[in-house]
Ligand binder design. Structure first.
Ligand code: NAP
Length: 303
């Protein structure tokens, strides 16, 4: 029986592990994939983590992981299938075994949202991608489109502009949601063309992406843009649906918890992007990890 099981090894989970080790709690981190860091590892360059300006996403993820390991954190690479709660005993059933703990920190983060247009699924991996840093190199010297207007879409377009001949950024409105500094960088990229007020209706191609059909939302005009790749960055959905069914979620599937990360069920904490919160950043996820671990310590002392 562990004091705490931490599910997820992004910035929230790894920070929770560091704090749990400092508090001398017996802790287990369960991660789906060995590559820790969560969405951070898909980021080319992180420009807003204090003290480490411009650090690569993979490097930052690895630093978090090394830090947690150095503190003594124990990891299991397994997929959580469901959780059962019997008063103070929380059971975590994975694809390999069942673990028990007196408390849980759920830090499973979020994954990319699908655009849900014809061609997206059929051409996934054949020109359709959700990760510019992973797949960008395949499109060296070619033309690609990035869909979305948030931080991820703009970061992706800036990254791809260094590799590709031409990048279209297609956004459904006439202003971007991304941080202003990123917008400035984007606007200075000469090979990026912004396509405002446009929706992608279809991704076309036989065995490979060949074009996208867009609709201009102000006048209904339709057009085909010839592209070799499509990078979809239209937001995130929380990683909860599969195993959190007995926990309180909002309509978007985020786990309901306040700034203390405590869920309604005693001994269960939600940390990072998976939690209902206003600002989803690496730093706020890491902060949640610390807060949740402190909450666990307090909860265990009260038993
Ligand atoms: P996001 O901020 O939610 O932006 C999603 C974008 O996609 C929005 O511009 C949205 O348009 C558009 N969109 C949503 N659904 C769409 C659809 N069906 N069709 C077309 N466009 C659609 O998501 P994100 O960029 O993935 O970022 C996720 C979170 O991570 C955010 O909180 C972000 O701030 C954070 N993040 C932080 C950093 C950093 O701090 N360095 C880096 C990356 C991400 P509207 O604008 O019209 O809603």
């Amino acid at each position: 029986m562990y004091d705490v099981i931490i599910i997820g090894s992004g910035p929230a989970g790894l920070t929770a592990a560091i704090y749990a080790e400092r508090a001398k709690l017996s802790a287990l981190v369960i991660e789906k994939e060995y590559i820790s860091g969560g969405q951070v590892v898909n980021t080319y360059e992180v420009d807003n983590y204090p003290g480490l300006p411009g650090i690569g996403g993979v490097e930052l993820g690895m630093k978090f992981r090394e830090h947690a390991e150095k503190m003594g954190a124990v990891f299991a690479t397994e997929t959580v299938e469901h959780i059962t709660i019997e008063d103070t005993v929380k059971k975590v059933v994975t694809d390999q075994q069942t673990y028990e703990a007196r408390s849980l920190i759920i830090a499973t983060g979020a994954v990319h949202r699908k655009l849900e247009v014809p061609g997206e699924e059929e051409l996934a991996g054949m020109g359709v991608s959700y990760c510019a840093t992973c797949d960008g190199a395949f499109f060296k010297g070619r033309t690609v489109a990035v869909i979305g207007g948030g931080d991820v879409a703009v970061e992706d377009a800036i990254f791809l502009a260094r590799i590709c001949e031409k990048v279209y950024l297609i956004h459904r409105r006439d202003s971007l949601r991304a941080a202003k500094m990123l917008q400035e960088k984007l606007f200075s990229c000469e090979n990026v063309e912004l396509v405002w007020d446009a929706a992608v209706e279809e991704i076309c191609g036989e065995d490979q992406v060949e074009s996208i059909r867009i609709k201009k939302l102000k006048n209904g005009e339709k057009a085909y843009l010839p592209v070799d790749g499509v990078f979809i960055a239209v937001g995130i959905v929380p990683n909860t649906k599969e195993f959190c069914n007995n926990l309180e979620m909002n309509e978007g599937g985020y786990l309901v918890a306040g700034e203390d990360c405590a869920m309604k069920t005693p001994g269960i904490y939600a940390a990072g992007d998976v939690r209902t919160k206003k600002l989803r950043q690496i730093i706020t996820a890491a902060a949640d990890g610390a807060v949740a671990a402190a909450g666990v310590e307090e909860y265990l002392n009260s038993l």
